[in-house]
Design a protein around this ligand. Structure first.
Ligand code: FAD
Ligand code: SF4
Ligand code: SF4
Length: 477
């Protein structure tokens, strides 16, 4: 009888790939998790109980066929596992690295619910696709026939790139416009290398180029080229510009030197890792070395600033967050990583002002959690008389992002936006209020996740293909 490879969760414990020790990893920007050895990946995949109704799959935004690719991995059928995994996910090795799995697939694994520890879905997904790259199974687009229709994509982040890949594979002429010099969006300049090494992203970009996608970099739509020009050039346009306007804190002293935006700090650090000249880093303005750093915020961006500061050689790194650990938006896995690396979390603390022309301290109000608000979350309330000062030489504001006012910036008032300023678009077709114009990713849903941007980009590409095919049919009649 064939050996039973699955349902091993009773005998085999959950085991993540090895994590580099904090004292080693805190000095560089390389990823912190090693790759599984083949036998380990097969063993861990074999823990899956092959649920008839897989909650992991329904809680993956891409509805990846997780149980089937886990079984194939456990059986050593890696190429088939890769083919199945890439059928629903354009960048599985990226999601395997940076999805907050504890809130998505793994957090809903039934084995986790029954107390055995979740199947390590993300780590196996990364292993499958990294192996596919090593073996040359990941192929650039090679459409059977070229089509005359063209699509302009504004924004080379995961949403735009996922759409570019799908459209190009169907022979469409695709041009991606981006205001940065390198493609990848936040994958390249936001997320630090210790979560996602940059060659992983650049390999994908290179492959899109090999497959015939044209990139127009250093091209800020609305400044270097008008939106109306793109409308004339292309049969359809996809807006995938992300959200970049940092939320501000209206507090006394906030304009002091040494108080910086998270996105500026992280972009400078990522550019430095690419070997670029970064004067604001070299001058010390965006460099945490030798400083007492305070990061304000409790989301993924705050976690990345904290851990980047540690790696830059800060003397102390503290996180101020107005709620407690259980109520923070950032991934618990990232909080644990940050704590291991030496970050101190100061829970239930909110900034009320800053002292010094060049920042010297943050005036902090202590908070307690009160009654739940409309969203069901407990609202933080100030504890009177408990204020104190937290010393700081560098304060990094990580309070979230809002969309830029695209209709004004681009001179297209007919482009409808929501009351939050995100582009209003259908959540299945991604069609906006302008004919032939679609939107995806953060600019449609607000600051979100890479995996959602990929899903949106793929769905938008499908809808654009429907539009193109319908027009071609009309022309042929
Ligand atoms: P983006 O990735 O923002 O890309 C948009 C692109 O559009 C950019 O390249 C920009 O230059 C370009 N652009 C904008 N305006 C114009 C214009 N006018 N003309 C031309 N080009 C333009 N998500 C996760 O899933 N896991 C994580 O661990 C994670 N960590 C994060 C850490 C940080 C610091 C941040 C800020 C976000 C993180 N996210 C994470 C969220 C994730 O990065 C985003 O949800 C995702 O990148 C959104 O993809 P997008 O394609 O919509 O936009
Ligand atoms: Fe889990 Fe993200 Fe992979 Fe889906 S894409 S299976 S949520 S790691
Ligand atoms: Fe396997 Fe867990 Fe998904 Fe069930 S929920 S199919 S055990 S990974």
């Amino acid at each position: 009888m064939a050996k039973q490879r699955m349902l091993q969760f009773v005998n085999v414990e959950r085991d993540m790939p090895e994590k580099r020790p904090p004292d080693l990893r805190a000095h560089d920007f390389n990823e912190i998790y090693a790759e599984y050895a083949t036998a380990k990946a097969e063993e861990q995949a074999g823990r899956c109980s092959q649920c008839g109704v897989p909650y992991c799959q329904s809680h993956c935004p891409l509805h990846n066929n997780i149980p089937d690719w886990l079984r194939m991995t456990a059986e050593g059928r890696l190429q088939e596992a890769y083919e199945l995994s890439q059928a629903t996910n354009t960048f599985p090795e990226i999601c395997g690295r940076i999805c907050p799995q504890d809130r998505l697939c793994e957090g809903n694994c039934v084995i986790e619910q029954s107390g055995h520890g979740t199947v390590t879905i993300g780590a196996v997904e990364k292993y499958i696709t990294d192996t596919a790259w090593e073996n040359g199974w990941v192929k650039p687009a090679a459409p059977k026939h070229e089509r005359a229709e063209s699509v302009g994509i504004i924004g080379a982040g995961p949403g735009g790139l996922a759409a570019a890949d799908m459209l190009r594979r169907q022979g469409v002429q695709v041009t991606v416009y981006d205001r940065y010099d390198r493609a990848g969006g936040l994958l390249t300049y936001g997320i630090p290398g210790f979560k996602l090494e940059k060659d992983v992203v650049m390999k994908r970009v290179d492959q899109l180029v090999q497959g015939g996608v044209t990139f127009k970099m250093n091209c800020n739509v609305g400044e270097d080229i008008a939106f109306s020009e793109l409308q004339k050039t292309h049969d359809a346009i996809l807006i995938a510009t992300g959200v970049y306007k940092s939320r501000e804190l209206p507090a006394p002293g906030v304009g002091a030197q040494g108080i910086v935006r998270a996105i500026d700090f992280l972009t400078a650090s990522n550019r430095k890792s690419f070997g670029d000249a970064v004067p604001e880093f070299d001058s010390g303005e965006l460099n945490a070395e030798g400083k007492r750093v305070v990061v304000i915020g409790g989301g993924d961006t705050a976690m990345d600033c904290l851990r980047t500061s540690i790696r830059q050689g800060a003397t102390s790194v503290k996180c101020l967050y107005r709620r407690d650990k259980a109520n923070m938006p950032g991934s618990q896995r990232e909080v644990a990583n940050a704590e291991e690396e030496g970050v101190e979390f100061v829970w239930l603390s909110a900034p009320k002002g800053f002292s010094g022309d060049s920042v010297e301290g943050v005036m902090v109000s202590k908070m307690r959690l009160g009654a739940p608000d409309a969203s069901g979350r407990q609202s933080p309330e100030i504890i009177e008389g408990a204020d104190y000062v937290e010393d700081a030489d560098l304060v990094i504001m990580a309070l979230g992002f809002e969309p830029e006012a695209l209709p004004t910036l681009w001179g297209v008032p007919e482009l409808e936006v929501t009351r939050w300023g995100t582009v209003k678009a259908n959540f299945e077709t991604h069609a906006t209020s302008l004919p032939g114009v679609y939107a995806c990713g953060d600019i449609q849903r607000g600051a979100s996740l890479v995996v959602w941007a990929i899903r949106d980009g793929r769905e938008a590409a499908e809808a654009i293909m429907d539009q193109i095919n319908a027009a071609a049919q009309v022309a042929a009649e």
